[in-house]
Design a protein around this ligand. Structure first.
Ligand code: BJW
Ligand code: ZN
Length: 250
C-alpha cells in the first residue's frame, strides 16, 4: 500500500458526508477469530453444508449446537482489535455513518460502534424455531440435552443466518439504503463471495460511491475498487482513520 493511495483514500473520506462500511471475518482475524475461507479457514476443515444450514441443524442439532457454543466461548474470550476501534472512531467523524457487518461475533459493538447492521445475525442471541421468541443465554444440559423454548418447548437455534436462509429484512434494507447514499464505501476483510452481502459494494459503486477495499489479498471486488489498501485491517484502518483526522484538522 503506497502512502499516496492511503492519503487519497483519506481525502475522499474526509470530504464525505455519508459513509458506509461492509466488514467480514478478516476484520476479526487479528482478534483470533477464525475466517471461513482460505487455508486456515473454518471451511477448510468442515463442510459448510454440514454445519451452517437449517437442514444440518435439523439432522444433528447437538453437533451444530456444540460447534456454536464452542465458537461462542472463544469469541467471548477475545477482544476487539485496532480495526474495530478505528471503525468506532470513524463513526464520530462522519455525519452519516453505517457499519454493515457479516460478522456474528459482536466485536464491533464491544469496540464502541453504535450504528451497526448485522446481516448474518449474532452468536450471542438465539430463538425458538417454533414460536420465534428470542431467548437469552443458552447451554447444553449436562447430558448434552438441547436447549428448549420456555414458552412452547420448541427447539432453540442460534440467531445466525445459514446458507439458503433469508437475511433479516430490516438490516438488509438499511444496508441497501446506506450503500445507495454512500459517497464512500469501505469494504474490509471480506472475500466478497457470499450474496446478497457481496452486492452492496457494487450497488454503492453503481450509485457513484468511491470504493475502498482493505484486505490482505485481492477479491472479486478488487477490480471495481477505487483504492486498495493491501494489508491487515488492524494496520490499514487505524492508519486511514489517523490520516482522516489529520486531513480534517488542516
Ligand atoms: C483479512 C485479514 C486481515 C484475512 N485483515 N483482511 C447469488 C449468487 C450466487 C449464490 C447466491 C446468490 N444469492 C444467494 C446465494 C446463495 C448463498 C451464497 O452466497 N453462496 C455463495 C457462497 C455461492 N447465499 C445465501 O444462502 C444467503 N441467503 C440468501 O441469499 O437467501 C435468499 C436465497 C436463498 C437461496 C437461494 C437464493 C436466494 C445467506 C448467506 C449466509 C452466510 N452465512 C455464513 C455463516 C454465518 C453463521 C456463522 O458464522 O456460523 O456467514 S457463511 C460465512 O460466509 C459467514 C460469513 O459472514 C460469510 C462471508 O464470509 P467473509 O466474512 O467474507 O469471510 P471469508 O473467510 O470468506 O473471507 C475473509 C477475508 O478476510 C478474506 O478475503 C481474507 O483475505 C481477509 N483477511 N485476514 C484484512 N487481518
Ligand atoms: Zn417457542
Amino acid at each position: 500500500m503506497s502512502n499516496s493511495t492511503i492519503r487519497q483514500a483519506a481525502e475522499a473520506l474526509a470530504q464525505a458526508r455519508s459513509v458506509a462500511i461492509l466488514t467480514g471475518a478478516g476484520v476479526s482475524a487479528e482478534s483470533g477469530v477464525a475466517t471461513f475461507r482460505g487455508t486456515d479457514g473454518i471451511w477448510s476443515k468442515m463442510k459448510p453444508e454440514e454445519l451452517a444450514s437449517f437442514d444440518a441443524f435439523l439432522r444433528n442439532p447437538a453437533l451444530v449446537w456444540e460447534w456454536y457454543l464452542h465458537r461462542k466461548k472463544l469469541i467471548t474470550e477475545t477482544k476487539p482489535n485496532p480495526a474495530h476501534y478505528a471503525l468506532a472512531r470513524l463513526e464520530e467523524l462522519v455525519p452519516d455513518y453505517t457499519l454493515i457487518t457479516q460478522n456474528i461475533d459482536d466485536l464491533h459493538r464491544r469496540a464502541g460502534s453504535r450504528n451497526i447492521l448485522e446481516l448474518h445475525g449474532n452468536i450471542t442471541r438465539s430463538f425458538c424455531i417454533d414460536c420465534g421468541k428470542q431467548t437469552g443465554d443458552v447451554a447444553l444440559g449436562e447430558m448434552g440435552e438441547l436447549p428448549k423454548c420456555v414458552y412452547c418447548g420448541g427447539l432453540i437455534r442460534p440467531d445466525v443466518v445459514w446458507f439458503g436462509e433469508i437475511l433479516p429484512q430490516d438490516a438488509l434494507d438499511g444496508a441497501d439504503r446506506a450503500a445507495r447514499r454512500a459517497e464512500v464505501f469501505i469494504v474490509a476483510g471480506t472475500s466478497n463471495v457470499v450474496y446478497p452481502a457481496a452486492l452492496l459494494p457494487r450497488t454503492a459503486k453503481l450509485n457513484g460511491a468511491t470504493v475502498i477495499e482493505c484486505n490482505i489479498e485481492h477479491t472479486p471486488l478488487s477490480e471495481y475498487a477505487d483504492f486498495i489498501l493491501e494489508g491487515k485491517a488492524g494496520d490499514t484502518l487505524p492508519q486511514l482513520v489517523a490520516m482522516i483526522e489529520r486531513t480534517m484538522a488542516r
